[in-house]
Design a binder for this molecule. Sequence first.
Ligand code: FAD
Ligand code: AMP
Length: 475
Amino acid sequence: MSRSFDVVVIGAGPAGYIAAIRAAQHGMTVACIDKWQNFDGSYAFGGTCLNAGCIPSKAMLESSELYHRATHEFKKHGIVTGEVSLDVAAMQKRRAGIVRQLTGGIGGLFKANKVEGLVGHGKLLAGKKVEFTPVDGDPEILEAKNVVLASGSVPIELPFAKFDREHIIDSWDALELDAVPERLGIIGAGVIGLELGSVWARLGSTVTVLEAMDDFLAMADRDIANVAAKDFKKQGLDIHLGAKVSATNVDNGTVTVTYTDKAGEKTLEFDKLVVAVGRRSFTDGLLAEDSGIALDERGRIIVDEECHTHVSGVYAVGDCVRGVMLAHKGSEEGVMVADLIAGEIAEVNYDVVPSVIYTAPEIAWVGKTEAEVKASGRPYKTGSFPFAASGRAKAMEQTSGMVKVISAADDDEMLGVHIVGPMAGELISEAVLALEFSASTEDLQRTIHAHPSLAEAVHEAALAADKKALNYINR
Ligand code: FAD
Ligand code: AMP
């Protein structure tokens, strides 16, 4: 007899495992299937985020930042060290340890919440049946009252720069390099390209980033992107905008990249080339032909606002559906879907999903950019505050950047907050809460902020929107 569950989730990344846990918390019987296999052959829950994305990248960003500070900034603080040297193997061991702990933790969470974690491949059949093929056994059919598809995404491969895992590599390979490449090329100045470029540049690589678009960080507010571009240049990241890569060739361990910019065709040589041109929804082997699930023109599973597919009782969440490819967006969709299955009212507020780029300085924003507000025609006001005027930022020796608040001129509603500077990824949470609660600028202005804190910059930027900044000259 086949096993049956109230909910079967396929994929245990941040979208799937969170959906599974929340569904189990509602008292439902839940199974969560995942087939993720690491380079060392081990299987692990956690998906891209925990194994090859958010977590290992942040571990490497932290280690490389500390190395950079030790070699470039300690002196300023009056700290004299001997020669600071690099042990990439130890750095990678720390990264792997963090990943192992967190992915192992999901197994513990599954146990505690009574989610059945199944290691293997899941395939949606017709009639809400799921074929589960364990990594070491025969296929089994699971009956499900509800199915949640959370199969995530994979790196986009360029036809003229095929991954060989040695010289032309993806973001996962780039996080696990065992030595610092002398010349590192990166195609794509998006979030992933910039984070990886920062890691290896701090550790000593000469990094060149080739970006097809003319605008740097086109999705960010222009004021913020301009500050970041200057800082990255100072750090030695050589970012070529308007540079479209059209060919690569690997010969004798050297990757030759051909690209075209305004001046014409050029070539560059690298020891490693990271292709970071975005990710695509991953549904290979996920859907039986008669499953009834439809994909859009970009291969994403088609869902409505509530992440329901065309098939009643089948949902899809995270990177495999429309919207930004961010872990927290997927997790919130997972929570929403589990709550909806349990009969509760639930929704995701897609207008207030924060974005963070974990470079130094960090970049973070929520809500609309100034260009978007301008285009909407709504009258608006802006206020900004530079970290150079923040006591805490000065004490940290991290004064580059600013906070910018954009608010409606008519009813004072906060429309967007944009930060480039120290701990921007942490600071943005206050702005997310403000936007989620439809705060007015005055609400934030009247909120007490601890002194001295970086968060005071958010407070002062809100004050500046009404020319009431207290620690900076209003303009
Ligand atoms: P995934 O995490 O991709 O998980 C999908 C899972 O489904 C995988 O484990 C896969 O093995 C499994 N699966 C797929 N098909 C099947 C099947 N048929 N049967 C069984 N299992 C299957 N986002 C952030 O928010 N913050 C960050 O700082 C951040 N940094 C990133 C850095 C890098 C280098 C990368 C690559 C990504 C980063 N992201 C970040 C994006 C983030 O990783 C994704 O948005 C997130 O992992 C999406 O979650 P998901 O659950 O939808 O999919
Ligand atoms: P993201 O989607 O944020 O990960 O960013 C990927 C970036 O890669 C985008 O900014 C694209 O413009 C860029 N890109 C895609 N194809 C190419 C190419 N052939 N040459 C250079 N940049 C590219």
